[in-house]
Design a protein around this ligand. Structure first.
Ligand SMILES: N[C@@H](CCC(=O)N[C@@H](CS)C(=O)NCC(=O)O)C(=O)O
Length: 231
């Protein structure tokens, strides 16, 4: 299996969507069979040639799949005997809704907090492409966004309230075991952890402890990745 992901300096792999798949591959016990291949924002021909423009992209023995949620579903359906990412087909559908809602809400907010930090850890040849595309989306320069970044941390914290309610009584979002739903939100935290030194959660927050549990899964797979110590 080949997983295409974004390159970054110092192997600080940060794509939130790729993190969902890295965790899913571990969850399914398939990570040991995976070769990780970095592509650049500015040079993505390996995936472009197969019709994809974003990472993650998975090539499983000639079967190519793009879009993180589609990859997760592919893994679930192709490897049904490995631990389930969704629990049932009904839960898979529900998780798809959560995926869309979270992406809409959290991506924009977190981008306003960490975009300048992401810019700093890009490969030098990717900076021009990133600046051009992201400044167009944010309608501001990266530096202007950075000036207001701290304003968005409490807004992000508030948006996460529904998750806090759930994990007051559960270790993970659907119960005692992590599922794809956990990996969706966790991917965003890995985007921040592996690019930014900004503190997003307070230490007494139940989500802080959930994030610790997530970092420690699979023998500390995410914790061992190159990023910044979360304080
Ligand atoms: N909906 C897609 C989003 C993937 C995505 O936006 N990936 C970003 C990196 S985090 C990317 O590859 N961007 C390439 C570009 O902007 O050219 C998914 O869930 O996989």
């Amino acid at each position: 299996m080949i997983l295409y992901e974004l390159d970054a300096i110092n192997e600080q792999y940060f794509s939130p969507y790729t993190w969902r798949i890295l965790m899913s591959l571990n969850h399914k016990g398939l990570y040991k069979d995976v070769k990780r291949v970095p592509v650049k924002f500015s040079e993505k021909s390996e995936i472009n040639n197969k019709g994809f423009n974003t990472v993650p992209v998975l090539n499983d023995n000639g079967t190519w799949t793009g879009e993180s949620l589609q990859i997760a579903k592919y893994l679930e359906l192709t490897y049904p005997d490995n631990p389930s990412l969704f629990g049932s087909s009904e839960n898979m559908n529900l998780t798809s809704i959560i995926n869309q809602m979270l992406d809409l809400k959290i991506l924009g907010l977190l981008a306003r907090i960490i975009v300048a930090d992401v810019y700093d850890v890009l490969q030098p040849e990717d900076k021009e492409y990133f600046r051009k595309t992201r400044e167009k989306i944010l309608n501001k320069t990266i530096e202007e966004v950075e000036l207001k970044s701290s304003k968005y941390i409490p807004i992000l914290q508030k948006e996460l309230n529904p998750f806090r309610k759930i994990i007051k009584t559960n270790n993970f979002f659907t119960g005692s075991k992590p599922m794809y739903c956990d990996y969706i939100l966790f991917g965003f935290f890995m985007w921040a952890r592996n690019t930014s030194k900004k503190q997003l959660l307070e230490k007494d927050d139940v989500l802080w402890h959930w994030r610790e549990r997530m970092l420690n899964l699979f023998d500390g797979f995410a914790k061992k990745s190159n990023g910044y110590e979360i304080t």
